[in-house]
Each structure stands twice: as structure tokens, then as C-alpha cells.
Design a protein around this ligand. Structure first.
Ligand code: PRP
Ligand code: ADE
Length: 176
């Protein structure tokens, strides 16, 4: 059942204190990919959740969001687009800079493949300060698409990232 799946998933996420900088408690999603039972549990949880969403387009964040975007895309039968760190995407792009828990970055998104009023699901592995997700939201809004939900596997609730986003957020595993 759902609780067992959540427990399997939580158990598979590895914790590294003081990585990549002192004071950061790093939650490593790749532990899930080394544990097939946990990976299946996550797939089930994701599918169960997304089947209720009405979206036209899946957009995931560079790079760990890419682990989940195409999977969701296949399940929903809707296309996938990447948001990438700057300088990687050809063609016309919109961009937005942001700060994250341990640095600074710029996101880019190709505009030519997004229709105005598209209903978008934004996907990432983890919500920490929310800086990355906020920048992703702002980037998507530059294309005049509508954001249905931000979906993350892990939420670091103590950082209150969700409060700065102003769109619905769903997470499966929470750490304080
Ligand atoms: C990590 C993580 C999220 C973001 C969360 O990505 O995958 O995208 O940080 O932090 P925030 O909520 O404080 O913005 P990172 O920028 O380390 O890049 P990666 O996915 O390429 O490892
Ligand atoms: N991205 C930002 N903060 C993080 C953390 N504490 N663990 C893993 N990824 C992160």
C-alpha cells in the first residue's frame, strides 16, 4: 500500500552531512535508483499522483528533474521539455537567474515548442530553498503557459521553499 511504498522510498534516500558545503545535509535521490524495490515504489507513487492531473506538457529541471520528466511524459502521453542551465539549449530561449542553497545559476527554456495557455507540470527531484523552482516557474511564465503543479520527490520543509512559489506543490517525502 501507499505507506509501505513511502517507507521504502524514504529508506532508499541517502543522507550526507556537510555536502557539498559545511552545514548542508545532502539528500541523495540516486539511492532510489540503486534499490529496485524503492524505484518501483516511486514509479507507482508517481503514476498514482499524476493520473489526476490535467496537463498538456511536462517540464523538468536540469539535471535531476530529468530522471522523472520523461517517465511522467510516457505515462500521461504528453510531451516533455527540459529547463536547462544556461548555454545548453539551441534556438530561441527565455532565461532567468537564481540563487540556490549552495550557489548561483541561470535557467533557459526553448519557447518555440510551448503553446500559449499550455497546462504545464513542472518536475524536479527536490525542493530546498525553492530558488530553482521559483526560477523555473518564472521562466515558464515568460512563455504565457499556465502552471498546474510543481511536483518534487523530496521537500526540505524547514527551508519553506513552497511558501515563495504561489502555485500548488506536491512532494512525497519531507525532511525538516
Ligand atoms: C538541486 C536539486 C534542485 C535544487 C533545489 O539541483 O536537484 O533542482 O538543487 O535547491 P533549491 O530549492 O534551494 O533551489 P542542483 O542545482 O544542485 O543541480 P543538479 O540537479 O544538476 O544536481
Ligand atoms: N539541492 C539543494 N539542496 C539540496 C540538499 N540538501 N540535498 C540534495 N540536493 C539539494
Amino acid at each position: 500500500n501507499k505507506n509501505e511504498k513511502l517507507l521504502l522510498l524514504r529508506d532508499a534516500i541517502d543522507t550526507y552531512p556537510d555536502f557539498p558545503k559545511p552545514g548542508i545535509i545532502f539528500r541523495d535521490i540516486f539511492g532510489v535508483f540503486r534499490n529496485i524495490a524503492a524505484l518501483r515504489a516511486l514509479k507507482d507513487l508517481l503514476i498514482e499522483h499524476i493520473l489526476f492531473l490535467e496537463v498538456d506538457l511536462i517540464i523538468a529541471l536540469d539535471s535531476r528533474g530529468f530522471l522523472f520528466g520523461p517517465l511522467i511524459s510516457l505515462e500521461l502521453g504528453k510531451p516533455f521539455l527540459p529547463i536547462r542551465k544556461k548555454g545548453k539549449l539551441p534556438g530561441k530561449v527565455v532565461q532567468r537567474s537564481y540563487e540556490l542553497e549552495y550557489g548561483e545559476e541561470t535557467f533557459e527554456l526553448q519557447t518555440q515548442y510551448i503553446r500559449k495557455k499550455s497546462r504545464v507540470l513542472i518536475v524536479d527531484d527536490l525542493l530546498a530553498t525553492g530558488g530553482s523552482m521559483e526560477a523555473a516557474i518564472e521562466t515558464v511564465k515568460l512563455t504565457e503557459a499556465e502552471i498546474v503543479e510543481c511536483l518534487v520527490i523530496i521537500e526540505l520543509t524547514g527551508l519553506k521553499g513552497r511558501e515563495k512559489l504561489g502555485v500548488p506543490v506536491h512532494s512525497f517525502i519531507q525532511y525538516d
